[in-house]
Design a protein around this ligand. Structure first.
Ligand SMILES: C[S@@+](CC[C@H](N)C(=O)[O-])C[C@H]1O[C@@H](n2cnc3c(N)ncnc32)[C@H](O)[C@@H]1O
Length: 237
């Protein structure tokens, strides 16, 4: 298995000024879908072709994957799609904060790296500051979609979102996990998991009208969840 990139290493702490929508897309005013941890980009390459009415941005910490995905995007002239190299935890907050109001319609975090060891949990991508940055950029009704094949990874993510009080789940959605994928394309990891006959755990959240909690309060509330030994024990990976 490939080694994960450690997002906390010094090299990845350098904030990158990500280009604004007009530099990324031919029609920069379209609603944006942001996919965090897009890997080689096959999911977005297919989805962007199916959804020309949206711009799709994939961000990824492994530069070589971004370069290959961006080459495909150029070859197929998919002008509603762009891939950027960055550490989502360092560079996305400012980019999202600078977007025009209500331009970001959907954020997806799919099969994030699990980082099972307790001392590595801070390397997981969905941390309180990133969640608040996402919540701040989404207007009420706009969506955050999470999926994973690892209960020990998705459960703390769901707890974090719920502790923020900034999101609700659609009434009709099955609990604890959605019955199906709301997106018409499966990711690379999702296809692999399906082929293995393993379950995938999915949650769709919608931004509500609540004001963001202070970051410190959310961090304190999440600390016991993030440090719970149970999460490590329920690992399926
Ligand atoms: C397990 S892969 C899943 C890829 C894809 N979403 C899928 O479902 O097939 C997780 C991806 O997230 C990327 N990643 C991890 N931490 C990241 C970070 N802080 N910023 C951007 N990408 C990150 C990893 O390099 C990896 O490509």
């Amino acid at each position: 298995m490939r080694q994960h990139v450690n997002p906390l290493s010094r090299f990845f702490q350098l904030p990158l000024a990500l280009p604004e929508p007009y530099e990324l897309f031919d029609h920069p005013n379209l609603p944006i879908h942001l996919d965090i941890g897009c890997a080689r980009g096959f999911f977005l390459l297919e989805l962007a072709a199916l959804q020309p009415g949206r711009n799709h941005l994939g961000v990824e910490i492994r530069r070589s994957l971004v370069q290959a995905a961006q080459r495909d995007r150029n070859r197929y002239q998919q002008n509603n799609l762009h891939f950027l190299f960055c550490n989502a935890n360092i560079s996305l907050e400012d980019w999202m904060a600078a977007l025009p109001p209500d331009q970001l319609h959907l954020v997806t975090i799919q099969f994030p790296d699990p980082w099972f060891k307790q001392r590595h949990r801070k390397r997981r991508v969905l941390q309180p500051d990133l969640l608040l940055a996402i919540a701040s950029a989404l207007n009420p009704g706009r969506q955050l979609f999470l999926q994973s094949d690892v209960l020990a990874v998705i459960e703390p993510m769901v707890s974090l979102v719920e502790l923020s009080s900034c999101f609700v789940r659609p009434q009709q959605d099955h609990r604890p996990w959605r019955a199906d994928n709301p997106l018409p394309v499966a990711t690379e990891r999702e296809r692999y998991v399906q082929e293995q006959g393993q379950p995938t755990y999915r949650v769709l959240f919608e931004r509500n009208h609540n004001v963001l909690p202070p970051l410190k309060d959310l961090e304190m509330a999440w600390h016991p969840v993030d440090n719970s030994k149970d999460a490590a024990l329920t690992s399926h990976g």
